[in-house]
Design a protein around this ligand. Structure first.
Ligand code: UD1
Length: 421
């Protein structure tokens, strides 16, 4: 099991390139199951989650070739049973459910188990598919879907108690593109990754309007064809490096990013007093040592992303004054707080709100444990400005979603080493 050794204190300066979006790549790779023709997807990041998805596609019968960031998939003959051993490693595997149901009229996917960031039900995914006419049961830990009577378009509200669902919207869209008639999704997720999936589906011949808004209208077609697509830049990776610059810069420039997708993060960093300059696909952050804290509340897009909450907690930990963080999407997503407390961070938690008392220069290195993808990124950020050495264990969590994070940080001047166990 690899670990990171980080010696804090080095000032970060320079430029790095942002990778393609992991969260776009996963449903887009799954969507290639909708056609028997070849699809070519560019800028797929080399992270373990995309590797799992490729293995799932191969296991379902697809032929996959990968070279650098480009993946060619030909799903000529596929079967309907997603392999448990692979599915259980990644929750996002659930998004093969929609395409398998649409193309094969049946699917068997294991029910995702517990998740460290809190309870993550799939009731809305199942509601959407049921509304289209699929019969669904859960047996032996598997979701069994039968749509042999055909899928029929309908008006469906996908809002849950925590708002819209990203992968639930994706699943419903991917089922509806081959359904008979029109499907209207109210309360759809408006995240850029959903829009990116729809852009790919449209290239495959799907008829979709309203992607990127709360109301998506899909007119089912008989067949989809192969297509080529390049995934959008990873807004969470981009945001994480902007926070790295705010925590330990210097001046850090990220290339190949999309500022429009990062408005909430950029606004928060500006409110803290850090300098942000946007120039096309380049975003530069200049750390302001006289910065202040602020208040963030996670929300669905275009609100502040839950996937950036942990990284902001790391920033607030070393920012003078009081900051307040409220987590509205996954109220239990605060595993990073316990680990950063071991490094000297000061927090008070009440339900889904954490009040951070910032202590610039107050962190010291310690052995810490990565618990989930974004919490692990927060520990790396905290380590960059801690005194002494931080040992971050279980970095396989980081490798799920950050392409070569150690190399990119080294490029900026960080003292971070991957130690292979
Ligand atoms: C996606 C992202 C993840 C991000 C999350 C929220 C991918 C691969 N993952 O996950 O990084 O943190 O969006 O932006 O894109 N919910 C239900 N019932 C359901 C489904 C969801 O109640 O059937 C709830 C969840 O528990 C959560 C909220 O809805 O409280 C949002 O979750 P959702 O958008 O579905 O997250 P994912 O799509 O799984």
């Amino acid at each position: 099991m690899d670990k990171f050794l980080v010696r804090g204190g080095a000032e970060l300066n320079g430029q790095i390139n942002i990778s393609g979006s992991k969260n776009s790549s996963l449903p887009i790779l799954a969507a290639t199951l909708l056609t028997d023709e070849p699809c070519i997807i560019g800028r797929v990041p080399d992270v373990s989650d995309t590797n799992y998805m490729i293995q799932i596609l191969q296991n379902l019968g697809a032929h996959v070739e990968r070279s650098s960031g480009t993946v060619r998939i030909e799903a000529k003959e596929i079967h309907h049973e997603a392999p448990y051993d692979l599915v259980r490693r990644m929750r996002a595997s659930i998004c093969v459910m929609g395409p398998l149901t649409a193309r094969l009229k049946r699917a068997e996917v294991s029910l995702p188990g517990g998740c460290v960031i809190g309870d993550r039900p799939v009731d809305l995914h199942l509601r959407g598919l049921r509304e289209l006419g699929a019969e669904i049961s859960v047996e032996g830990g598997n979701i069994l879907i039968n749509a042999e009577a055909g899928l029929h378009g309908k008006e469906i509200n996908m809002l849950g108690s925590h708002g819209s669902t990203v992968l639930g919207t994706d699943n419903l869209i991917m089922a509806a593109v081959l359904a008979e008639g029109a499907t209207i999704i109210e309360g759809a997720a408006a995240e850029p990754e959903v829009k990116d999936l729809c852009d790919f589906l449209i290239k495959m011949g799907a008829k979709i309007e309203g992607a990127g808004t709360r109301r998506i209208v899909i007119e089912g077609v008989k067949k989809l064809h192969g297509a080529e697509h390049t995934v959008i830049p990873d807004r969470i990776e981009a945001g994480t490096y902007l926070v790295a610059g705010a925590v330990a810069g210097g001046t850090v420039t990220i290339n190949r990013a999309c500022a429009e997708h990062l408005t909430a993060v950029i606004d928060a960093l500006c409110e803290c007093g850090h300098g942000i300059d946007v120039n096309g696909e380049k975003i530069t952050v200049t750390r302001n040592p006289d910065c202040n804290g602020c208040e963030i509340t996670t929300a669905t897009y275009p609100g502040f992303p839950t996937d950036m909450q942990a990284q902001m907690c790391a920033l607030f930990t070393v920012t003078p004054g009081i900051s307040v963080v409220t987590e509205n999407i996954f109220p239990e997503r605060f595993m990073h707080i316990a680990e950063m407390t071991r490094m000297g961070g000061k927090y008070q938690k009440e339900n889904a709100t954490v009040t951070v008392t910032g202590t610039p220069g107050g962190l010291t290195g310690a052995p810490v444990m990565a618990s989930d993808l974004r919490a692990s990124a927060a520990l790396v950020l905290a380590a960059l400005c801690a005194r002494g050495e931080t040992e971050i264990n279980r970095v396989y969590h980081i490798d799920r979603g950050y392409e070569h994070i150690d190399e990119k940080l080294q490029q900026l001047g960080a003292d971070i080493q991957r130690v292979r166990a």
